[in-house]
Design a protein around this ligand. Structure first.
Ligand SMILES: NCc1[nH]cc(CCC(=O)O)c1CC(=O)O
Length: 337
């Protein structure tokens, strides 16, 4: 019954959206999306040495870890139920060169970590990034010749690096370089080497973004980078082009797709999930993490709440999971209930 003294319309006044929101139990009953520990992939940073836990200034709460410490941390992640980790190495400067030759070394930092983690924590998936930027003296994802990142030569090297990663025990190869044709080439390379079961999570739509800043500090590529990555990453202005890029990766054999960065690109997450129906992941990148942490540390926002809200919103946007630096913190929180 509508009260005539109020302005709510007599007919539409019967449609009360708030009925379903009136109590905690109704809200739980109608909740469309949920965040669970299964949705989380935890990215970690590796450094050479032992016993090292080195805080990253621009990413409060995130550390670079030596392999032994990484093994301990990953053990906790596995015990909490996190299905997979993603590894990123901070390579010694003296091992970086023009072509990123360390990327194909059988015993490089990524591969040593993979082998150690696989052995100690067999029940967690290991996703390895296969771009050249941690290994190059110029911080680009590919081989630089006369000011140009050369595509096909880079792909050849990335395939070799991917096979080495699979040999070390990587479960999923995640190429983040955005060279053309790399998904098909990696698939063939893995198959030829007998790694039919190693999957490919393509950074299918990786945008040329300012949100990667803190990451470049974490692996010390920021100071090295000459120019920008606009000739291989996608422009933040382009959604349809991103879809075409993802379509090629699907055709070439990607098992899973990723959108990166995350929150500013939720429309892309949705479009990609709708268009291809493949398992689709968002990467909530370093700058997204840092924004939340920094504002929370200043007491300007409720960091915990916004952490949970952003991750849930990725689910609503169609993502099957999220690669997030918050993963361990969230898993601990979810475990407490
Ligand atoms: N292959 C590059 C790479 N691998 C992971 C990230 C970013 C991850 C993040 O910001 O959290 C980037 C981007 C870049 O440095 O250009």
């Amino acid at each position: 019954m509508t009260d005539k003294t109020h302005l709510v319309d007599e007919i539409t006044g019967h449609r009360r959206m708030r009925r379903n929101r009136k109590a905690d139990w109704t809200r739980r009953m109608v909740q469309e999306n949920r965040l669970t520990v299964e949705d989380l992939i935890w990215p970690i940073f590796l450094v050479p040495g032992t016993g090292i836990i080195d805080p990253i200034a621009a990413m409060p709460g995130v550390n670079r870890m030596s392999v032994d410490k990484a093994v301990e941390a990953v053990k906790e992640a596995a015990d909490l139920g996190i299905p997979a980790i993603a590894t990123f190495p901070d390579i010694e400067m003296e091992l970086r060169d023009e072509t990123g030759s360390q990327s194909v070394a059988a015993d490089n930092l990524i591969n040593r970590a993979t082998a150690a983690i696989k052995k100690a924590v067999p029940n967690i998936g290991i996703i390895t990034d296969v771009a050249l930027d941690p290994f190059t003296s110029h911080g680009h994802d590919g081989i630089l010749r006369d000011g140009v990142i050369v595509n096909d030569e880079t792909v050849d090297q990335i395939v070799r690096a991917a096979v080495m990663q699979a040999n070390a025990g990587a479960d999923i190869i995640a190429p983040s370089d955005m060279m053309d044709g790399r998904i098909g080439a990696i698939r063939r390379g893995l198959d030829t080497a007998g790694h039919q079961d190693v999957g490919i999570m393509s950074y299918a739509t990786k945008f040329a973004s300012g949100f990667y800043g803190p990451y470049r500090e974490a692996i010390n590529t920021g100071g090295l980078l000459k120019g920008d990555k606009n000739s291989y990453y996608i422009s933040p202005a382009n959604g349809t082009e991103a879809l075409r890029d993802a379509a090629l990766d699907v055709e070439e054999g990607a098992d899973m797709l990723m959108v990166k960065p995350g929150l500013a690109y939720l429309d892309i997450c949705w479009r990609i999930k709708e268009a291809f129906g493949l398992p689709t992941f968002a990467y909530q990148v370093s700058g997204e993490y840092t924004q939340i942490k920094a504002a929370a540390m200043n007491g300007w926002i409720d960091g915990d709440r916004i952490m949970m809200e952003t991750l849930l919103c990725f689910k609503r946007a169609g993502c099957d999971g999220i690669i997030s630096y918050f993963s361990l913190e969230v898993a601990r929180k979810l475990a407490k209930g």
